[in-house]
Design a protein around this ligand. Sequence first.
Ligand code: ASP
Ligand code: MG
Length: 420
Amino acid sequence: MKNIIVQKFGGTSVANSEKIKNVAQVILKEKNKGNSVVVIVSAMGHTTDQLLKLADEVNTSPNPRELDMLLSTGECVSASLLAMALQAAGYKAVSMNAMQAQIITEKAYNCARIIDIKTDNILKHINNDEIVIITGFQGVTDDNEITTLGRGGSDTSAVAVAAALNAERCDIYTDVEGVYTTDPRIVPNATRLEEISYDEMLELARVGANVMHPRSVETAKQYNIPLRVRSSFKTDNLGTLILGVEDMEIRRTVTGVAADLSQLRIVVCDVPDVPGNAGKLFDRLAKDDISVDMIIQSYARKHTNTNDIAFTIDKKDLSKVQAIIDEIKQELGCNNILVDDNIAKISIVGAGMIDHPGIAAMMFKTLAANDINIKMISTSEIKISCLVNEKYAKEAVKALHSAFDLGCDEIAEVKGTLPE
Ligand code: ASP
Ligand code: MG
């Protein structure tokens, strides 16, 4: 059997008919090397946003099932058009929706997880030498309900299909040329990385590098599928290969720097220093599905026998927290809870930092040299994050990128501008 290559094209790559024809050429290049090609597509351009807006116009809290019925149509349009473009070029191609491709998910509308892909149907078409185009982002439940995987979910569809078909490689074609040491909109001489490990990519994805959907990287890691993030407009450029750390050629101490502006900090002041209070607090938050990222409990003040517990949450969960603030105060016996939403989480990530002392010190010294105060610190094996005032986010990223010598001589091509 031929090698199977899975290619995924994002919304910008299939935004109009010209671009769809361009994508057809990219697919044919791989096909003409003698490979079997399976393609996953996103909806054209901003289709998903437009569909969400339409839904909102008729019902401000649409039924999740109906929302998935609606959103799944976006990918059907691009998949069938792409199959037609390939047929027009003289090739055998077939589009398949999630039901036809048997991408089975749990029954959780709007955020379903893939639990199985029954590949018989897909393989039938592959064996008939057809180029198979599958709708990304959507799935089907055991009882034939249509689901979607959450925004950006077609990356995950691609990786899951690649794993199920035991594909040679999964290429994620997008509008950027790969994964960079930091956002080139902040640092113009950011370097494109030739390789990055799954874990580094996951950490970067979680702290604001919006290149890949984190769940897709987790799936790739689990099945050890090499992912290549590359541009659908500059196909000679090999982009960035995401792979297991054991397969990497070079392991840098610091691979990338990222800023995450999506969080806010909550400080619960003067919490009585008795066993059980932290448990109560985070249990209450978990009950409302509020996930917490950084957590710091201060050293207990002897004279009052209290301490402060500070943590960060996603800004979108603020109203949920506000609704339970009084309850928390009562339960913990404290009367002051502060909310600070002018924060940025600045992180440095690198698989090689494990066995290199001094990286944290370098980060703190660099921020200090730029007069940037650190409000909170957290670390993992391959990441160090500092919370700083939001207004210093760009400055902090620039300073760290240069302190760890991550720049190159070239100026990266920049897509779009940074939201202010
Ligand atoms: N079309 C979906 C979205 O815009 C899925 C994707 O593009 O990955 O979120
Ligand atoms: Mg996407």
